[in-house]
Design a protein around this ligand. Structure first.
Ligand code: MG
Length: 309
């Protein structure tokens, strides 16, 4: 079975790995330091300090560097992580890309955005600094998003926590995301008519089969020409742009919420989020927490405990 394991490594350690795998180095993907292939495992080290081990022997190989390494998902997603899931020269196509932000953050909304970038616009996007939003700080994200909104066709959808908490128990997050991505893409297709994208790339969050299954219950299912790839922002600037626009919106929403309540509403799902949620509970009880938090996260119970102290 194909395994996919990520470990964190310092620059020194990554250099050590690179030296070790030197005889097996291959082509370096975007934002990677190196990529190497040995029997049963492909190893890719990213500038972000993450090292990805993929293949039937991934766990054993990852353990060589990090004893605590365990497979995170044995999903079919990893099989399409590679850019070879996409047609050759795909990065230069005119496409709609879609991505979401806020899914992993306890506080704040879920934002989905689809953006359309034509072949001719790609050099400009590059010039404006569009790339993987994980590699950009908040200031750059806001600046680039503002620039993009001036000329790039996009459609974003914001699901505030209050709404999210109504939908999530009925649907489930994956189905909700399918509906949102599909709706954003459909609306954007309408906006850009008569232009037609050569492809639609969704930053993959579930299997293609799952996605297409959930599509069947949508009013305007966009089924073609869909492509799915994880880390989609690395394979086309349209996805990177969609990601930047949605992240900027997410940041704005957190700022707005912070202003409303009078203290910082942080992103993420760590201790800081628990503490902020506890403050929300003390200030306005569950009605206030519901307005700002995705209640099904484990953080809710932690926040209740802190608030009781
Ligand atoms: Mg994504």
């Amino acid at each position: 079975m194909t395994q996919s394991i990520t470990i964190k490594a310092s620059t020194t350690k990554i250099n050590e790995l690179k030296k070790y795998y030197q005889p097996h180095l291959g082509k370096t993907p975007p934002y990677a330091v190196f990529s190497a292939k040995i029997p049963g495992v492909t190893i890719t080290a990213y500038q972000s300090g993450k090292v990805l081990f993929q293949g039937t022997n991934a766990e054993a190989e990852a353990k060589r560097w990090d004893q605590s390494a365990t497979p995170k998902e044995k999903s079919t997603i990893s099989s399409s992580t590679k850019s070879d899931a996409l047609p050759k020269d795909f990065e230069n196509w005119s496409i709609i890309g879609s991505d979401e932000v806020g899914n992993g953050s306890y506080l704040g909304p879920l934002v989905v955005c689809a953006a359309y970038a034509t072949t001719e616009q790609l050099p400009l996007l590059k010039e404006l600094g569009v790339k993987d939003s994980k590699m950009l700080n908040d200031v750059s994200i806001r600046k680039i998003a503002a620039d993009l909104k001036l000329f790039l066709p996009y459609q974003q959808l914001i699901v505030k926590p209050e709404k999210y908490n109504q939908i999530q128990p009925v649907y489930n997050v994956v189905r909700m995301k399918v509906a949102l991505h599909n709706q954003a893409i459909h609306l954007l297709q309408e906006k850009i008519k008569p232009a037609k994208p050569q492809g639609i790339l969704i930053d993959q969050f579930t299997t293609e089969k799952n996605y297409r299954n959930y599509l069947k219950s949508e009013d305007h299912p966009v089924t073609d020409p869909l492509f799915f790839v994880t880390k989609g922002e690395q394979y086309h600037l349209a996805v990177a742009a969609a990601s930047i626009i949605s992240r900027a919106t997410f940041l704005d929403e957190l700022d707005q919420a912070s202003k409303e309540v009078g203290f910082t509403i942080p992103s993420g799902a760590g201790v800081k989020s628990d503490q902020a949620a506890a403050k929300l509970l003390l200030k306005g009880g569950m009605p206030l927490l519901e307005k700002h938090a995705k209640l099904h996260f484990a953080n809710t119970e932690k926040a209740k405990k802190i608030a009781k102290r």
